[in-house]
Design a protein around this ligand. Structure first.
Ligand SMILES: [Zn+2]
Length: 216
């Protein structure tokens, strides 16, 4: 079961369209995978929509308006499905369907380093970089902290760190106060948004900088 969700502030900014492009992809993909956040976002969108119309939260929506609203929503979802074909990628000899929010955006080929592979999204978003990160079975990322912040959305497989084990759909936000060393027994595929390079805590950090650059 998904245990880690975007916090209320992030969900609220998402519902109001205030997140940057890559953060919006991360939250949108999580919401696709998480029925709990789908409900939260739907209710936030309803609230912000009502506020935008100048009404009170308790405003009684007249049935004609509701019917019109439903029609618009239905039309949009149909258009969205037509415009966004399913994107699959091959990973550990199986085909994974990416969340729709992560398909249809250009990505680089996977660049490999040891058990890590990274495919970067070709998307301009200031200092934020978004990637798919693949860790092969038995792989780990050496203990590190973050100069900025890092969002990891687990798409497939499992990994664990000092905080416990993560399952697909888990949305993990870490900043400079956390240090961790994720590892995976069975391999995993993640979507990551990283705001600055990683900082490794061991003495051989210089040797690890290429890994930091790969992940950023
Ligand atoms: Zn959630």
């Amino acid at each position: 079961m998904i245990k880690h969700h975007p916090n209320d502030k992030i969900l609220s900014e998402f519902a109001q369209g205030e997140l940057t492009a890559t953060m919006s992809m991360a939250v949108s993909a999580h919401v696709e995978m998480c029925p709990c956040c789908q409900k939260k976002v739907a209710s936030l969108e309803c609230r912000f929509g009502t506020e935008a119309l100048g009404g009170e939260e308790e405003v009684v929506v007249d049935s004609r308006f509701q019917a019109m609203f439903d029609e618009i929503v239905v039309d949009e979802s149909v258009a969205e499905m037509v415009d966004t074909p399913v994107t699959t990628i091959m990973y550990q000899h199986k085909e994974i369907v990416l969340p729709r929010a992560l398909g249809g955006v250009d990505r680089s080929e996977f660049v490999k380093m040891g058990k890590l592979g990274r495919s970067r999204y070709q998307i301009e978003d200031g200092s934020l970089r978004a990637s798919l990160l693949h860790i092969e079975p038995g792989g780990e990322i050496p203990n590190h902290t973050h100069n900025g912040f890092e969002v990891t959305l687990l798409l497939d497989g499992k990994f664990c760190d000092e905080e416990g084990e993560y399952v697909p759909g888990d949305f993990i936000l870490l900043d400079g106060q956390h240090n961790h060393s994720p590892k995976t027994k069975e391999g995993c595929l993640c979507f990551t948004v990283v705001s600055a390079s990683l900082h490794f805590n061991k003495g051989i950090s210089k040797l690890l900088n290429p890994i930091g650059n790969l992940i950023y």
